[in-house]
Design a protein around this ligand. Structure first.
Ligand SMILES: *Cc1c(COP(=O)(O)O)cnc(C)c1O
Length: 367
């Protein structure tokens, strides 16, 4: 059996460090907005090259509170890609704005800057590029357009902890950025969690209030807030893991190189991930484009090799968004991808033998 991700193995390797932290928190009884959260916020912001980090309940709430921090709401349009997890669009909907989708670049599967410019209207207020699978979107081109049309740039960095664009980290490439600590992300908690990073002090202060019932000091509430804090316990777990993130990402890159080399050596009819000159990919997912994808997936499944599809139904074709009036054919690149993409097992502890087994099975399928 080759799992898609192996969090049990990761836990085994970190067990004593994590349990020491858990015990310390239980003894100190600091569960909400404690020192551990403050430490993680400081360290993760620094890691991402941003001034401020604000721990929130999830990646979705990081996206939503970021939009609210820039006053985006009813009557506004926010441009993002249909080729993402639905949470990117949900955050736009929950602030009362309208998500507007654009297609992606056929090489890198991230936002096509030309399509972005075409979709801008007088109502457009923000753009959310998604650093899909761990590769940053083309941020220079996107920032240039955003500057011209006065748009807020919110990075959806939920899959891109530690990724770099022209040497600079995801999380410091726009006005504000949203990270998810969903358990299977490159940096994952033991439950839900998220973080906003930004250089804007005003936005950081607003989100600090928003996540904590809108209070400026105890029992003094100046905005309609949420209860959306990142748990102190999760923050302590994440601090342990943050120390390993760079080496884990390095191992992910090594695994991706092994996959690439083997596919090339055996001349298998699959398209492997393309990395742009400007980016340092962190391979949250290793995604190939394959003929007869569904048959291949079933074949691998029978041999105990777990795979995934990220994502099988593009956002503009989801029932939840049918009211926006998009139809099949609106975003040809995104739609074509959704029919051919397959995510192979990818996690730092994946071994060379396991990768060999996966690619061998794919070779057998096609021969
Ligand atoms: C995981 C993810 C989210 C949502 O994060 P949660 O922590 O699950 O709320 C948003 N966008 C993308 C691209 C993601 O991968």
């Amino acid at each position: 059996m080759i799992p898609f991700v192996d969090l049990k193995l990761q836990y085994k390797n970190l067990k004593s460090e994590l349990e020491e932290e858990i015990q310390s928190i239980f003894e100190r009884a600091t569960f909400i907005l404690g020192d551990d959260l403050e430490k993680l916020e400081k360290d993760f912001a620094e890691f991402s090259g941003a001034k401020y980090g604000i721990g929130v309940a999830s990646g979705t709430s990081a996206l939503e509170t970021s939009l609210r921090a820039f006053g985006i709401g009813p009557g506004d349009e926010v441009i993002t890609v249909a080729n993402s997890y639905i949470a990117t669009a949900l955050a736009v909907s929950w602030v009362g704005a309208k998500p507007v989708f654009v297609d992606v670049d056929p090489r890198y599967y991230t936002m096509d800057p030309e399509e972005l410019e075409k979709a801008i209207t007088s109502k457009t207020r923000a753009v959310i590029p998604v650093h899909l699978y761990g590769q940053p979107a083309d941020m220079s081109a996107i920032n240039k357009i955003a500057l011209e049309y006065n748009l807020v740039v919110l990075e959806d960095a939920c899959q891109a902890h530690g990724a770099r664009y022209k040497g600079q980290r995801a999380g410091s490439l726009g006005d504000i950025a949203a990270f998810s600590f969903y358990p299977s992300k490159n940096l994952g908690s033991y439950g839900d969690g998220g973080m906003v990073t930004t250089n804007s002090r005003r936005a950081a202060e607003f989100i600090r209030m928003l996540r904590n019932y809108g209070e400026i000091e105890k029992y003094n509430h100046i905005i309609i807030g949420h209860n959306h804090c990142l748990d102190n316990l999760q923050a302590a777990m994440l601090s342990v893991k943050l120390n390993y993130l760079e080496s884990w990402n390095e191992q992910r890159r090594r695994n991706a190189a092994l996959y690439n080399n083997m596919f090339k050596l055996w001349k298998l009819p699959v398209v492997t991930p393309k990395v742009a000159d400007y980016s340092k990919h962190v391979y949250h997912l290793y995604v190939i484009l394959a003929n007869k994808r569904d048959e291949l997936r079933a074949y691998l499944g029978k041999r105990g090799i777990q795979t995934g599809i990220h994502y099988p139904i593009p956002i503009h074709l989801q029932k939840a968004y049918s009211f926006l009036g998009y139809t099949k054919g609106d975003f040809p690149v995104t739609e074509k991808l959704s029919e051919g993409i397959l995510s192979l097992p990818m996690f730092p502890e994946l071994t060379q033998d396991q990768i060999y087994e996966v690619v061998s099975a794919i070779k057998e399928f096609y021969s």
